[in-house]
Design a protein around this ligand. Structure first.
Ligand SMILES: [Zn+2]
Length: 359
């Protein structure tokens, strides 16, 4: 083959140019920007460093769910990512459980968020839309009369919560999934009654009335502070009594010896609830009711506000804003002993819970 040295030189220069163009663009614009974001976030060594990868009002949620540079976050496997224009999600797996977390682009920079509304717009383009009271419903089926009726009841609960919290929450969206594949895709859960709450959004499986998730939604208006506190608020305001029989009472009495404060740790709370399937929700409900009756709901709001300013400092804040741990453990122990000795007291203790699911 006849090959002129000048041509060969031009060819080599051109090849080198192409190589640098391609490898350069791979460095600047990764094919997996969300995975890059994830890897940067989990390898952060300080809380301050991690904050740059998360939208500010969502930081507490990520800090407790996926603490950076922790043993837990190292157990999490990256699966895939899905990107739309300015939003997307990251699929992860831990202990066989697959889940996703939302991301959005703020000034060309990807960050983790709890505002899923643009993402849900993309994922539910073909769903039915219906405004019921003040709530915008999105459903994968035409809503039934009963579901609409429950929607009106939930809209009344919005008014009640607005008074209690002293805030107005506009643009509440409720995504109602009936089909299992939609439930997995949107809610990450398939059990009827399961739900999740994010910024001004409720996602639920086969229930159009989810007062527990609505209570979370209101707490999230201030910010996510801690799983135990957050579940305490949602269980106290929006759930049925979690202490139903003597077995529950005995189980919770053991917790008072351990100290409820042990479960302010996100991993310990997750372990007790998801892995051991213990009645940690019952404990959070009881502690919250005890606090609200002793200090008033405004103190709980103070706790949230201060917790948002200082994520991860809840162990310091509780004794400052409310009372020392030992005093709460003592107080709830007295209530539990009374429940153990008097079944009527046990049955009636949560009767004033503000909202429960309509039958
Ligand atoms: Zn909850």
């Amino acid at each position: 083959m006849n090959c002129c040295p000048r041509r060969l030189f031009i060819f080599m220069v051109f090849t080198a140019y192409l190589f640098f163009q391609i490898s350069g663009s791979a460095i600047c614009n990764s094919d997996f920007p969300i995975r890059d974001l994830w890897e940067k976030y989990i390898s952060c060594e300080t809380l301050e460093e991690a904050k740059q990868y998360v939208e500010s009002n969502s930081f507490g949620l990520y800090y407790y769910l996926l603490p950076p540079n922790s043993a837990f976050s190292k157990e999490v496997d990256f699966l895939s990512e899905e990107i739309f224009q300015e939003c997307g999600r990251l699929f992860l797996r831990v202990s066989g459980y697959k889940f996703w977390i939302p991301v959005k682009r703020n000034n060309k920079k990807w960050v983790f968020t709890m505002d899923e509304r643009s993402l849900l717009d993309e994922l539910t383009k073909n769903w039915y839309k219906e405004k019921i009271g003040s709530i915008q419903y999105y459903s994968d089926h035409k809503m039934t009369q009963k579901e609409r009726f429950h929607g009106h009841l939930l809209s009344d609960v919005v008014k009640y919560y607005e008074k209690l919290w002293g805030i107005k929450v506009n643009d509440i969206r409720y995504y109602l999934a009936d089909e299992p594949e939609n439930a997995v895709n949107i809610v990450d859960e398939t059990n009827p009654g399961a739900g999740k709450s994010r910024y001004r959004t409720i996602k639920a499986v086969r229930t159009s009335f989810h007062s527990h998730e609505l209570a979370h939604l209101f707490a999230l208006e201030i910010g996510f502070v801690n799983p135990f506190i957050d579940e305490g608020i949602a269980n106290y305001l929006g759930s049925e009594p979690k202490i139903r029989d003597i077995k529950d009472v005995e189980e919770l009495l053991e917790y008072t010896n351990l100290g409820y404060e042990k479960f302010l740790n996100g991993a310990a709370f997750f372990n007790e609830h998801v892995k051991k399937r213990k009645n940690i929700y019952g404990l959070s409900q009881l502690v919250m009711k005890y606090w609200v009756e002793k200090f008033g709901f405004s103190k709980i709001k103070d706790l949230l506000r201060q917790g948002v300013v200082d994520p991860g400092k809840i162990e310091v804040l509780i004794p400052n804003v409310l009372e020392p741990f030992a005093r709460t453990n003592c107080g709830i122990k007295e209530i539990l002993i009374k429940m153990r000795d008097d079944p009527y007291f046990m049955k009636l203790y949560f009767r004033n819970n503000p909202v429960v699911h309509p039958k």
